[in-house]
Design a protein around this ligand. Sequence first.
Ligand SMILES: [Zn+2]
Length: 287
Amino acid sequence: MSFFLWVLALLLQGDKEKDLPPAIAISGVATQEPVVALTFDACATTKQANGFDRKVFEILEHEHIPVTIYFTGTWAEKHPSAIREIASTDWVEVGNHSYSHSRLTLLRPDRLRAQIHYTNRILERTLGRAPLSVRPPAGAWNQDVVRAANSEGMPLVLWSVVSGDAGGHVPAERIDRVVLEQAKPGSIIIFHINGRAPFTKKALPDIIAGLRAKGFRFVTVSQLLHLPDAVPIKAKPSRLGYAKLKSRQPKGADDGAPAPVERPPGEMPSPPTSPAPAGGPIENSPG
Ligand SMILES: [Zn+2]
């Protein structure tokens, strides 16, 4: 190959790489822009449909805040009327939260890819738009999960601020305080909209007002990742997600959740022996 062709190939390769999702699990970005991404998980398993927090949806709609909602395929299948309503909005970015809320780190490679691929098809069909990122259930991820998301052209996205809304263990005032204290430019903040986070609707208006008072604007996850100066921040690897981290780092911002119902094989249930830690739970069972 001539030197010219070699340089050309290198340049083209560089351009191509710019469009590829980062080969890491992203917890947030470093940026100078005063923006944060509010994200809401709509978790359900094949056995547990969970619900839809209409009030949360109405608050966001009324404020016209761009948000990213991570749906499991099962949630989309079990809430057709909510899905139709969400499909008619222009402020919801769609994310993929797997099909059945399994811990993706424990699946065979073909099952792992199917969880992402099949859910993409369901969400495209029911919501009329393609999911733009993947959020692994319980935050359980390893490099195989990153690769599986990347193979669909999608980044793997976790979070940097845990609202602690899931399960109702953390009162609204503390959810407000944690989010307002911890939010910084480039933060990805996790909430839930699946009917298992009773205080989100109470906390949300003050969070929105408080973040605006601090000068923050709201963007979707893909808008955050595409900011001109955004540098993705790598999330801490976590093979089993919050259940495993609970005992190890009870005060961390991205851990400390109640034991999930959906357990990896061989892991013994261990009920919490102390009140919810300051960070609060990430996701209630089944997340
Ligand atoms: Zn979840």
